[in-house]
Ligand binder design. Structure first.
Ligand SMILES: [Zn+2]
Length: 244
């Protein structure tokens, strides 16, 4: 057993039994940490709203051998990000970000991924363009977690997709319109360029990338289908995010 103290973001909080919470955190030095907060739902005083999704906390935990849940001892609130939780649109977009983090798990330490999640949530809290931010977060996060989207060239003829636009027909390949089998989603040239830029641009800049509202919808439709294919299951939060 190893006692740790680390900054961490609450990704998910799941009620367990009558009074406990199983909490998934992301920390820069340990990546994903799954922990059990005993009595967290009974004694509100002990954790004071700090185990809610989107919050940054200073986590004190006892980490056990791999596979076992850590014991959550303390979680002191650093930033609750109430601005996300109190706005349906931001809540929807932020929930997709957190679902991506819990599905496409980055193994081990990653300061870069932590910085991306924290920066994106901070921008989201103060932003009015939550869907553009989500569309930019998506390819950047997928790429850092090892699921880069093959958006540079057609999977059959090699044409530059930023010049031809792209068609997605499921699986992991993306085609130009001439080569594509019957497609599930079409991605315009500007949107291809946006997604490619978002994948490689510095984290500080992702809040400045903007799409028109129709392109946002097309981008998220494609990203949702691609991520669901990569994960082998449908993303639960995306339908909610697209409603607002
Ligand atoms: Zn082609």
């Amino acid at each position: 057993m190893n006692l740790i103290k680390t900054k961490a973001i609450v990704i998910r909080s799941i009620p367990y039994g009558e009074s406990d919470l199983v909490v998934i955190f992301f920390s820069p030095g340990f990546g994903i940490i799954r922990g059990m907060a005993k009595g967290a739902r009974k004694s509100r005083k002990r954790f004071l709203g700090s185990l809610e999704p989107f919050a940054t906390v200073m986590l004190g935990a006892a980490v056990k051998e791999s596979g076992a849940l850590a014991r959550v001892d303390t979680a002191d609130l650093v930033n609750a990000r109430l601005g996300i939780r109190e706005d349906l649109k931001k809540y929807g977009a932020g929930s997709v970000m957190l679902e991506l983090v819990s599905i496409f798990e980055v193994s081990g330490a990653s300061g870069e991924v932590f910085h991306l999640i924290e920066t994106a949530l901070d921008i989201l809290e103060g932003s009015s363009a939550s869907l553009s931010l989500l569309a930019a977060f998506f390819p950047r996060y997928l790429s850092l977690s090892g699921f880069g989207i093959p958006l540079s060239s057609c999977g059959r003829c090699g044409a530059d997709l930023a010049l031809t636009g792209a068609m997605y027909a499921g699986g992991f390949s993306i085609y130009c319109s001439r080569c594509s089998p019957p497609a599930e989603a079409a991605i315009g040239r500007g949107t291809v360029a946006f997604l490619r830029r978002a994948e490689t641009v510095g984290t500080e800049v992702i809040g400045r990338l903007k799409l028109g509202s129709r392109d946002e919808k097309d981008a998220l439709d494609f990203l949702g289908k691609f991520a669901s294919a990569a994960a082998g299951k449908r993303l639960k939060t995306l339908d909610i995010a697209s409603e607002f």
